[in-house]
Write a protein that binds this ligand. Structure first.
Ligand code: MSP
Length: 660
C-alpha cells in the first residue's frame, strides 16, 4: 500500500427496510478496525457508512407501516446511527441516499452518461424479482423462482433506460487480471473472473417507471422514471466526498477508495456494476473490493421468518461492546462464512478475554502491587535470562505478524497472534513463578525484572488491540499507568511507552467471566437476541414429524458434537479432596489459561501419578460444585462406574490443543 496515500474505507449502505442486525454490525465493525488501524499508523482516514433509503424494499416497508417513505427513513436511519455509537464505530461520515447532496451527485452522474450516449432507451421484457429489484432471463428462472432469493418472479415488459455496461467487459476483465488485489479474497476474485470470461455481459437497466416505483431519484432526462436503486446506492461512495472527486479537493484526496467492504452477496454489483459505471465516468476504480462471508445462526440461515435474527443491541447488553467486536472478528477468518452461537461467544469470552487477556492483566498487576509496591520496576538487563530474551523476541515477531495480518484484513489471524503473546506471558509467569521468587530476598532483582517484562509486554498489546477493542485497551493502558488520550478514533500518548517508575492503577477485571446459566449450547441465540418485534411461532417439537434424529435419540449431529470442546490439558498439581475417597482436585494448564477440575478418579489414581500428564478434558462444560469445590471442566476417562483408564494423546502436544 502506498505509504502516504490517505485511506478511504467504506461499508455498504444498509437498506432501511428493517432495523440493523449482526450482518450489518459485522461489516461496520471490520471497517472500524481498519479505520482505527490506519489512523494509528498516522494516515488520513475517511471512513464512510450510511443507509440506502430508496427502492422497492423501503417503499414496501413504509407502506406496511402505513407511513410515507421519507418518514419511514427518518425513523430508521437514526437506529443505525444509534447502533454505531453503541458499537463505538468511528465513521467520519454517514450518508443517506435521501440527502440532497447525494441526489444531486447521482443525477449529475446520470446526466453525464446520458450526454455521452452511454445510456439509451429500449423496450425490455423479462422476469422480474420484486425482492431483489432485478430482471432475470428466461433460463435463469426455469422453475419460476428467483435464482437469488427463491421467491416467485413476475413477467414484466417495460420501456426502460439502459447503461451500456456490456461494452466494458474486456476492460474490466483486464483490470481484474492486472490487479490481483482488486477483488479479494482470491476465491471471490475467481468467481467474478469465471463469470466475466464465460458469459456475455449485458447492459444494465438503470431506470424504473414511476408508475411502478415512485420512491427513487428522478432521471434528470426523463421525469417519468426514477433510477434503479443500485445505480443510486453505489454512487454514495462518491457523493459522500461531497461532489464528484474531480471537482473537489476532498474527492481528489480520497478517491479512489482504498477498500470497499461488502458481503459476498453484493460482490457482483460492486465488482461489475460499480466498476463499469466508474469506467464510464472516467474515474479510477477502487483499490480493493473485499467480500466477506455470511453468518448463520446456530447452524441455520438467519432470517426474520425463522425468528433467529441476531440483534446487536442484545449482544452488547449482555456481553459488552468490545467482547462482541472481538468475537465477530476472532471467530471466523474474514472472507469465510461462519456460525454465530451464544455458546461459542461465551466460550471465547471466557477463555480468551476473561481467562486469557483479562486474567493476565489482573494477575500481573496484582503481583506488581504486592511485590513492587505498585510501581513498574526497571529493566535490569544483567539478570535477563534466555526466558526474557525469548519472551521479548517472540513478542516482537508476533506483533509484527499481527500488524501485517490487519493490513491484509486477516483479522482473526491478528487476534490469534496477540492471543499467543498472552499465552507466552502466562507460560512465562508459570516458569518464573514470581510468588516463589518473592520468598527469597536475593532473588529480588530477578523478580523485579520479571515484573518489568510482564508489564512491558502487556503494554505492547495496547496498540495492536486498540482497533479491535478501543474501550478495553484504553482501560488496560490506564491500569498500566500509561495515560493514553483517545481522539477521533485514534490513540495518542504523552509517552507511548510503558516506563519503569510509572504507578499502576489496578481496577476491576477487564472481562468478567460469564457464568453460563443454561445447559450446553445454551438457548438458541435468537432467544437471547430476540428482536423487538414479535417473532413467528417456532415449529413445535411435539407436533413435528419425527426426524431421523428424534427417531434415534442416541444419535447426535456433527453440529451437536462440534459444540463439545475437547482440549488437552497438562496436570500441574493434583491433590485429594478432603473427606472423599474418590475425588481428586486437579490444577491443569490449558495453554492460555489454567483451570481447576474435580475428577472422580481418586480410587484408581494417586495425585502424584498425574502431575505432568496430558489429559483430555471437556473444556466447555458448565462449571459445577463438588464437595464445595468448583470444577471447571471434566476429565475424560474410560470405564463406567469404575474408572479404568484416563484418556490421553500419544504424541506430546501443547496444552490446550483442540481434540476432535
Ligand atoms: N443496500 C445494499 C447495499 C448497497 S451498497 C452500495 C444492501 N443492503 S443490505 O442492508 O441488504 O445488506 C448490507 C450488507 O449486510 C451486505 O453486505 C450483506 O452481505 C450483509 N449481510 C446481510 N446478512 C448477513 C449475514 N447473515 N451475515 C453477514 N453479512 C450479511 O445490500
Amino acid at each position: 500500500m502506498n505509504e502516504r496515500k490517505p485511506v478511504y474505507i467504506t461499508t455498504p449502505i444498509y437498506y432501511v427496510n428493517d432495523v440493523p442486525h449482526i450482518g450489518h454490525a459485522y461489516t461496520t465493525i471490520a471497517a472500524d478496525v481498519l479505520a482505527r488501524y490506519w489512523r494509528l499508523r498516522g494516515r488520513d482516514v475517511f471512513f464512510l457508512t450510511g443507509v440506502d433509503e430508496h427502492g422497492q424494499k423501503v417503499q414496501q416497508a413504509a407502506a406496511k407501516a402505513g407511513i410515507d417513505p421519507q418518514a419511514h427513513c427518518d425513523a430508521l436511519a437514526p437506529q443505525f446511527q444509534h447502533l454505531w455509537r453503541r458499537l463505538n464505530i468511528s465513521n467520519d461520515a454517514f450518508v443517506r441516499t435521501t440527502d440532497r447532496q447525494h441526489q444531486v451527485v447521482v443525477q449529475r452522474c446520470l446526466q453525464q452518461l446520458y450526454d455521452r450516449q452511454l445510456i439509451y432507451q429500449a423496450d425490455y421484457s423479462g422476469w422480474y424479482c420484486t425482492f431483489d429489484e432485478r430482471f432475470w432471463t428466461e433460463k435463469d428462472v426455469a422453475d419460476g423462482l428467483c435464482p437469488d432469493c427463491r421467491r416467485p418472479v413476475e413477467r414484466l415488459s417495460e420501456h426502460n433506460y439502459f447503461f451500456k455496461m456490456g461494452q466494458y467487459q474486456q476492460q474490466l476483465l483486464r483490470h481484474i487480471l492486472e490487479q490481483p488485489d482488486f477483488i479479494r479474497p482470491e476465491s471471490r476474485r475467481n468467481e467474478v473472473l469465471g463469470f466475466l470470461s464465460s458469459q456475455k455481459l449485458g447492459d444494465l437497466s438503470i431506470s424504473r417507471p414511476k408508475a411502478r416505483l415512485s420512491w427513487g431519484i428522478e432521471l434528470p432526462f426523463d421525469r417519468d422514471y426514477v433510477t434503479y436503486v443500485w445505480f443510486d446506492a453505489l454512487v454514495n461512495y462518491l457523493s459522500a466526498l461531497e461532489y464528484l472527486p474531480i471537482d473537489n479537493p476532498a474527492g481528489r484526496q480520497f478517491w479512489p477508495a482504498t477498500v470497499h467492504l461488502v458481503g459476498k452477496d453484493i460482490l457482483t454489483t460492486h465488482a461489475v456494476y460499480w466498476s463499469t459505471m466508474l469506467m464510464a465516468l472516467d474515474l479510477p476504480l477502487p483499490q480493493m473490493i473485499f467480500a466477506h462471508g455470511w453468518w448463520t445462526v446456530d447452524g441455520e440461515k438467519m432470517s426474520k421468518s425463522r425468528g433467529n435474527v441476531v440483534d446487536p443491541h442484545k449482544m452488547v447488553d449482555e456481553f459488552g461492546t468490545d467482547a462482541f467486536r472481538y468475537f465477530l472478528l476472532r471467530e471466523v477468518p474474514f472472507g469465510q462464512d461462519g456460525d454465530f452461537s451464544r455458546f461459542s461467544m461465551i466460550a471465547r469470552i471466557n477463555s480468551e478475554l476473561a481467562g486469557g487477556l483479562g486474567n493476565l492483566l489482573s494477575r500481573s498487576l496484582t503481583m506488581i502491587d504486592r511485590f513492587a509496591g505498585g510501581t513498574i520496576p526497571s529493566h535490569d538487563t544483567s539478570v535477563d535470562t534466555p526466558l526474557e530474551h525469548n519472551l521479548t523476541q517472540r513478542t516482537a515477531e508476533l506483533l509484527a505478524d499481527a500488524d501485517v495480518h490487519v493490513e491484509q484484513l486477516r483479522f482473526s489471524r491478528a487476534l490469534e497472534a496477540i492471543g499467543e503473546i498472552v499465552q507466552l506471558c502466562d507460560r512465562y509467569i508459570e516458569k518464573t513463578a514470581p510468588w516463589a521468587l518473592a520468598k527469597h530476598p536475593e532473588q529480588r532483582p530477578y523478580l523485579n525484572n520479571c515484573l518489568y517484562h510482564l508489564a512491558v509486554t502487556l503494554g505492547s498489546l495496547i496498540r495492536p488491540l486498540y482497533p479491535f477493542m478501543p474501550w478495553t485497551t484504553v482501560n488496560m493502558a490506564q491500569q498500566l499507568g500509561m495515560e493514553p488520550q483517545e481522539h477521533k478514533g485514534s490513540l495518542s500518548w504523552k509517552d507511548p511507552f510503558l516506563r519503569p517508575g510509572s504507578k499502576i492503577q489496578k481496577a476491576g477485571p477487564l472481562f468478567p467471566r460469564i457464568e453460563a446459566t443454561t445447559p450446553l449450547g445454551g438457548p438458541p441465540v435468537s432467544d437471547v437476541a430476540a428482536t423487538p418485534r414479535p417473532t413467528p411461532p417456532r415449529p413445535s417439537t411435539t407436533t413435528a414429524p419425527p426426524s431421523p434424529a428424534s427417531a434415534a435419540p442416541c444419535q447426535i449431529t456433527i453440529e451437536e458434537f462440534a459444540k463439545i470442546q475437547l482440549r488437552t490439558a497438562t496436570v500441574l498439581r493434583a491433590e485429594r479432596v478432603p473427606k472423599s475417597e474418590k475425588l481428586l482436585k486437579l490444577h491443569v494448564d490449558l495453554g492460555h489459561e489454567q483451570r481447576q477440575i474435580v475428577a472422580g478418579i481418586g480410587k484408581k489414581y494417586d495425585p502424584t501419578d498425574l502431575v505432568g500428564k496430558t489429559l483430555v478434558i471437556v473444556a466447555n462444560l458448565k462449571p459445577a460444585t463438588l464437595m464445595g469445590i468448583e470444577s471447571q471442566g471434566m476429565v475424560l476417562a474410560a470405564g463406567d462406574t469404575d474408572v479404568q483408564g484416563l484418556v490421553t494423546v500419544l504424541e506430546p502436544v501443547t496444552p490446550g490443543t483442540k481434540v476432535k
